[in-house]
Design a protein around this ligand. Structure first.
Ligand code: NAD
Length: 309
């Protein structure tokens, strides 16, 4: 297959590129490198197994790369919920407008399949936990969640209007090697600066589920190969959850440190934070994929990878 991966030099995107290359796909990465890193995919570029087009989806000059492609994996976005609240304009552009531009480029090039990386934050503060895909009302509490929900709606409209097919994945927290943002990166950076005290945003009781990135990629590829509705929406996560304080404990244990914890207080770590998130993954399991790793194990692997990094 000829696959396009937007955001393919980023954290999750580069792991997806690893998978696609190892499956024999001809891969074209479109990435502005705003938060991605060419080194994550360098091996494939040098081996001629993938090609990088350094371009911003908000500009032009990348659309012709879609000619002859079989599928677009659209991952490029501004994935930081906190940043999204600080700069909604940037968030809306890099998520909604960029997705619309990708869909338009697909329509013109007659590419009919799109895989899209959405998020648990589309559910907002759900009253049903674990939260299934058909939960309503969808009431995001962050600009990021709202933007992703708008993208899902656009993708659905394009699929039904222009004979396309989509796989929309609502992720829990995806963690692992090459991640440049999120709670693990934040705590390790703070502890390197000050090993005696760790600032924890919120009350530390925020509980969420986490999944290691390579398991997430296996789930994506499994579902994309085993479901064929016009719009296929599926949660991806693990079945348990861990609290922010427990993550701090795991990191301190791995770093052999015993700092005091200083909580900034409140249920949320930041504007738009969802204090409790756990996804119902029954649909994923019905399709036939059972995650082989839980949240706690995912956190341990991700912490070790971040420390090696
Ligand atoms: P990331 O920042 O590592 O990757 C995003 C990539 O997109 C980067 O390489 C960046 O350079 C590129 N990019 C951003 N804006 C662009 C633009 N306008 N044009 C071209 N390239 C652009 O983030 P990630 O964690 O790997 O996230 C990948 C996707 O998964 C995103 O869509 C994100 O919203 C989604 N997601 C991530 C998580 C998570 O826990 N990491 C959870 C839910 C959803």
């Amino acid at each position: 297959m000829r696959s396009i991966v937007t955001g393919g030099a980023g954290f999750i995107g580069s792991h997806l590129v690893d998978f696609l290359v190892s499956s024999g796909d001809d891969v074209i990465i479109i990435d502005s490198l705003v938060s991605g890193d060419k080194n994550y995919v360098r091996e494939h570029l040098e081996a001629g197994r993938a090609r990088l087009v350094s371009a911003d989806l908000l500009g032009d000059g990348w659309q012709e790369e879609l000619d002859g492609a079989d599928r677009v994996y659209h991952l490029a976005a501004d994935p930081d919920v906190r940043e999204g609240s600080a700069d909604p304009d940037r968030q809306l552009n890099n998520t909604i407008i960029a997705t619309h531009r990708v869909l338009e480029a697909m329509r013109r090039a007659n590419v009919t399949e799109i895989v899209f990386t959405s998020t648990s934050t589309v559910y907002g503060e759900a009253s049903v936990i674990p939260t299934p895909e058909d939960y309503s009302p969808m009431e995001p509490v962050s600009v990021y969640g709202a933007s992703k929900l708008a993208c899902e709606a656009l993708i659905s409209a394009y699929c039904h209007s222009f004979s396309m097919r989509s796989w929309i994945f609502r992720f829990a927290n995806i963690i692992g090697a090459r991640s440049g943002h999120g709670v693990i990166t934040d705590f390790i950076r703070k502890l390197k600066e000050n090993p005696g005290e760790l600032e924890i945003l919120g009350d530390g009781k925020q509980t969420k589920s986490y999944l290691e990135v390579r398991e997430c990629i296996r789930a994506i590829m499994y579902v994309a190969g085993h479901s064929s509705d016009i719009v296929n929406t599926c949660n991806i996560g693990s079945e348990d959850w861990v609290s922010v304080t427990e993550i701090a404990d795991i990191i301190c244990h791995e770093m052999n440190l015993s700092p005091s914890y200083r909580y900034t207080g409140g249920r949320r770590g930041w504007i738009g934070d969802v204090p409790r998130m756990q996804l119902d993954i029954s649909r994923l399991k019905e399709i036939g994929f059972v995650p082989g790793i839980n949240s706690r194990e995912s956190v341990k692997i991700a912490v070790r990878a971040a420390l090696e990094q």
